[in-house]
Design a protein around this ligand. Sequence first.
Ligand code: MTE
Ligand code: LUZ
Ligand code: MOS
Length: 749
Amino acid sequence: MKNIDSKGHVTGKSIYLDDIPTLSGTLFGVVFDSPKAHGHINSVDYSKALTLPGVVRILTHEDVTGENQIGGIIPDEPLFATDEVHFQGQPIALIVAKSEHIASKARKLIEIDITEKEIIVDPRIAQAKGELIFPPRTFKMGDSQDAWKDCKYIFEGKADVNGQEHLYIETQGAYAQPMENGNIRISSSTQGPTAVQRAAAKVLNLGMNKIEIDVVRLGGGFGGKEDQATPWAIMAGLAVQILQKPVKVVLSRMDDMRMTGKRHPYAADYKIGFSEDHKILAYEATFFQNAGAAADLSPAVMERTLFHATNSYFVPNVEVTAYSCKTNLPPNTAFRGFGGPQGMFVIEIALRHAAKEMKVSTFSLQKKNLLKDGDEFPYGQIAGGVELEKIWSAVETKFSLEEQEARVAKFNKEHSDKKKGLSLMPITFGISFTKTPMNQARALVHIYSDGSVGISTGAVEMGQGVNTKMLQIAAQMFSIDPQKVKLESTNTTRVSNTSPTAASATADLNGKALQNACQALVMRLKKSAANHFKCGAGQVEFKDEAIYILGKDSHMTWNQLVDMAFLERVCLTENGHYATPIINFDKDKEKGHPFAYHVYGLALTEVTVDCIRGTYEFDSVKLVHDFGQSMNMSVDLGQIEGGLVQGMGWMTMEEISYDDNGRLRSNSLSTYKVPDIYSVPKELIVEPHDTVGTEMAILKSKAVGEPPLMYGIGAYFAIENAVAAFNPNYKLIQNAPFTHEKVLTGLYS
Ligand code: MTE
Ligand code: LUZ
Ligand code: MOS
């Protein structure tokens, strides 16, 4: 089954926030934000802006009817700055006008006087000064301090990895409308409708029941709308509450890039020790997470860095500590992989470092230390269904690894101006929200009296194809034509208290809730059929819209059965609930079983570096991925391809740059380079790993949203190997992304 959105997308008929027809009288909001990264606001003069014809009102913290607070995990982030600003781009006011153009013009007329304070942009400096968002955490297994004495080889170093701009095609935005009795309806481009609803209720001093959030789909989220879709929706809601007019707030690209947080940059220290036979005996790391000026999702992101600090390797003695460092940057947030990629990058750096010093191939170190079934993760979960060794041999044989290595070596011998590099990047990614209570979902199913079906879940479609998967599940459960099923928008009045669409777990959680709802309806309808045919409900079967009794076609159709049940006054609506079993995590002990399962895979990357120019092209990425039993291979392949290229962009060309004053220099698409079709590897092969899958995944089809991003880390190491092939004196730079400038430096220093 094809993605149900493909036609709408290519014909331009799919509806995004900005396609919702505006009601007459709609007003438009533009955010006035801080021009300084840290300081005390002495005064703001709105008088000139207010006199501009068409400006209706300028809302500030003084207009907030409830609490001026939007922090989700820690209440440390005001909706509008009061007397202090903590990052450039921090919202101070919302200019509401008759058009966006007028509001933008008015913004230039606002005068602000700020006394600047010390600006910190470096997480190590923040940590040294004790500027932390919350106390550090440590995951520990075995005794690394004691293990150093048993190590034949020990290596220490530093690794840095930059952030990443989400660059969803659809920028942040919301459209709010007044309803009767003070109720407000907000269409929001959010991954977390309930997060928006909860925060809006707090700021507007209303019950959550008075605020309805509706989401049709997003033009991409990638984590950037898990938490950070909230302020714009609340601003629109607040303007509605005060002005009783529909209000739309959609950020321009540059406003979006300046005001919103990104993937967290990390700095790290590591120490790794090996036995004589190259087994990792101990690993220690300290992570300095650049959180920005407020917590946002940083505590959860930091936790996942610790969860994935040993990537796909078994290490008996581990001690990893992370600091969430408060800096004067926009609060950084969720981004595909959610801190996991940063943790994995550091141990891959450590392995590369060790391989260089030990004069062995990185591949041999990686392979020798792969996680096996029954191994314990530093957080206490016992690894199950580990497929890494099988996947490794699959890559060796399916892609003739030795031949490829020989071919690359030959090429490098024969060429002096171009060099090729290879890398292998294994991934192990835990599926579930690491905060156990978030692993629950609900679905609402209506069977209409004509036999058609409408389903609502808490899942938000953002391009990942979750709606297609939901529709497939309902059609399969009822054994009806998918054309008969309609997917409703994600709406808090139909499905409440939802977890955000995140953690790659959306299809699992919402799909299983949907299965439960459908199952209850199937049982009810079977009972009606059994009464009619005077048989047991267990003898009734649904097959291709026909009702079978004891394996024989009864000549009653699905539509007829539904109609009959309706006339019998059977309830044709059901709400399904699902909560992931087994999982748990004890934060005091930092031990538990947080993940329903893990996703495994291995990517083989080949790059050619132009050693005159410092440029590079990716010849191929060939990977073996553990889909379980994919329920929709075309959707899942799309996720692998997109995730991989997004990860490659992060590791190669995407370079977020803030100056020492906290000003974003990479503030538009002319200064922030992202992968395009030419960046895609010339050859891209995705081989599904042959496996049975797990019952914890929906229809045994494992979560696929985030894991493939981490294959992109292989791009960094492939480039590095090519550079090292050119320059025997190459010193490891240990700093991603590996931009062309860094390649040139590496080649000629
Ligand atoms: N794919 C597309 N096309 N657009 C997106 O915004 N977000 C990613 C991933 N794939 C994203 C995407 C992220 S960050 C996550 S967590 C998952 O999709 C969320 O959806 P899922 O839980 O249904 O996999
Ligand atoms: N969001 C979240 C996530 O709140 N918790 C998580 O564990 C998570 N993991 C990945 C992506 N988003
Ligand atoms: Mo994805 S970072 O969980 O939105």
